[in-house]
Design a protein around this ligand. Structure first.
Ligand SMILES: Nc1ncnc2c1ncn2[C@@H]1O[C@H](COP(=O)(O)OP(=O)(O)O)[C@@H](O)[C@H]1O
Ligand SMILES: [Mg+2]
Length: 274
């Protein structure tokens, strides 16, 4: 198992793998060097670094050298890049949040209807960089604010505001939903991230929500993932907002009572045996 920070999740998966009798090597990617010229001696690699950019890169290199990783490197990169993820899912016929990319801080946002959500392509951990904009002046100000960093980080995604910010986390392993929960924004906020005081509880969703999540995991070539859905009344229904290829799950474990770490460990071990 590769990691960079030992979160609760990594500790729990490690414990379950060992309880199931697996012989686990634990590698902190920040403390080792990776040879680009040969594969080294790896079995199946569970990829759990918090840094998605490092995780995707390490996994891709291992995959090139024929090492099996969970998740696959390209799948991690394609999910982490929300623009690529939404495009891939839309192409596969999966409902996704209608999204446009703005490439310049001077973009006018033609055809945008307000209120709208503006966010970067890469996840912002807790919605810190996700903004609600009410009109074109707001949009211009937010885009100017983003004028830091390289040209890539200035690319903005813009979406209609769906529902009331409530989002649904569906945790999929293989082709099965193992747990799901709803996260509601705290009063006065519209971001449901638990880091922002969002309130989570377990919920059983309709079959169509689960089908969307399972298809999303398949379309992105993931082994397991946390799929986040938004819900729009009327015609909209459930749509994918983002897919987490190295998901945290301690919150979901505690609200659902389901041992997700155990299920991941079982999946990894079954993959090794296959
Ligand atoms: N298009 C949207 N409509 C309504 N709420 C949204 C939308 N996009 C994001 N949010 C709210 O903001 C939160 C954070 O946005 P998200 O896209 O999940 O980025 P992050 O990577 O920071 O978690 C979501 O959980 C949801 O509550
Ligand atoms: Mg999110």
């Amino acid at each position: 198992m590769l990691y960079d920070t030992m979160r609760v999740e990594e500790r729990l998966i490690l414990k379950e793998l060992r309880d199931l009798g697996a012989n686990v090597a634990l590698i902190n990617i920040d403390n080792v060097s990776l040879s680009l010229n040969n594969s080294g001696d790896f079995g199946v690699v569970l990829v759990r670094p918090m840094s998605h950019s490092k995780a995707g890169l390490v996994a891709r290199i291992l995959n090139i050298h024929g090492v099996m990783t969970i998740n696959k490197g390209l799948a991690i990169e394609n999910s982490w890049n929300k623009a690529i993820a939404i495009s891939t899912l839309a192409k596969a016929g999966i409902p996704t949040v209608p999204t446009k990319l703005l490439f310049s801080i001077n973009a006018q946002g033609d055809g945008v209807s307000y209120p709208a959500i503006v966010k970067p392509i890469h996840g912002s951990w807790g919605g810190r960089l996700v903004s609600l904009v009410g009109n074109a002046e707001d949009l211009a100000m937010i885009l100017r604010h983003k004028a830091v960093g390289d040209s890539y980080s200035r690319i903005a995604m813009i979406q209609p505001f769906i529902g009331d910010g409530t989002d649904y986390r569906v945790f999929v392993i293989g082709d099965e939903v193992v747990a799901s929960m709803v996260r509601k924004p705290s009063p006065g906020d519209w971001r449901s991230n638990v880091a922002r005081g969002g309130i989570a509880h377990a919920i059983r969703l309709s079959a169509d929500a689960y089908e969307i999540a399972i298809k999303a995991v398949k379309a992105l070539d993931l082994d397991y993932a946390g799929v986040d859905l938004l819900f729009s009344g009327g015609e909209g229904g459930y749509m994918v907002n983002e897919v987490n290829a190295i998901p945290e799950f301690k919150g979901l474990m505690s609200v659902s009572g389901i041992n997700i770490a155990r299920k991941i460990a079982e999946y990894v071990i079954n993959t090794v045996r296959r």
